[in-house]
Design a binder for this molecule. Structure first.
Ligand SMILES: C[S@@+](CC[C@H](N)C(=O)[O-])C[C@H]1O[C@@H](n2cnc3c(N)ncnc32)[C@H](O)[C@@H]1O
Length: 208
């Protein structure tokens, strides 16, 4: 059984819990992106998370003191995330919002931090989505994107056998240098790291 209290008391010693899936590089990039780039104390920081899924990172941000708005297109995931933040006793720090995937329909607040983990591969118009994200970021704000990279042909084949669906590939856009250049054309990238296996990018930066 999960000891939520113990994890809450030492969140960075329990990053594997918050990482939830993926191998070591995902955890390493969370460590660098969150602990080093954003800092361990996020008290009163307004944080927007895109695609919280089951809400583990959402809970981590609540534990670190952030005022979290997490926006999600899947109602089932919202319910799971709601239970997760409750388990950690941070429901009062987290606003979970079900929306249609169009950031323009959200309250146009300004956030100190924008975070994504494996979520930017879904928006069909990534350029428009990133521009809308930029509008939601405070002038002095920071972003951390931890996103799946495309990887080589071997990785593509593995993914295909895992998903067994062409539709999945039609619906997703794994990051390559093209997507990195797109992010760079919209934001000021301060830190960029890449892992070949599993293929993942850490992209951190500011609005300007
Ligand atoms: C691969 S999951 C990752 C979930 C979570 N971030 C994690 O790392 O475990 C992608 C999540 O993004 C959500 N999603 C997809 N498109 C979205 C969008 N335009 N806005 C917000 N969430 C979105 C999906 O419903 C799903 O929960």
């Amino acid at each position: 059984m999960t000891d939520y209290q113990a994890i809450r008391e030492a969140p960075f010693l329990n990053l594997d819990y918050f990482t939830h899936w993926g191998a070591r590089p995902w955890q390493k990039f969370i460590d660098i992106g969150v602990k080093t780039y954003l800092g361990e104390d996020l008290t009163e920081k307004k944080l927007l998370e895109i695609g919280p899924g089951r809400g583990r990172m959402t809970s981590l941000f609540g534990i670190l003191g952030a005022e979290v708005t997490a926006v999600e297109i899947d109602e089932k995931r919202i319910e799971q995330a709601r239970q997760e933040v409750k388990n950690f006793g941070v429901s009062d720090k987290v606003d979970l919002v079900l929306y249609n995937g169009d950031l323009k329909t959200l309250d146009q607040k300004q956030y100190d931090i924008i975070f994504t983990k494996s979520a930017l591969l879904y928006p069909a118009d990534l350029k428009g989505f990133l521009a809308d994200l930029k509008n939601l970021l405070h002038d002095e704000g920071k972003f951390v994107f931890i996103e799946n990279a495309r990887g080589n042909t071997f990785v593509q084949v593995l993914r295909f056998f895992k998903r067994r669906s062409f539709n999945f590939f039609k619906r997703t856009r794994f990051f390559t240098q093209t997507e990195i250049d797109l992010v760079k054309s919209i934001f000021k990238v301060e830190l960029l790291m890449h892992s070949k296996w599993p293929p993942v990018y850490l992209i951190c930066g500011k609005k300007h």
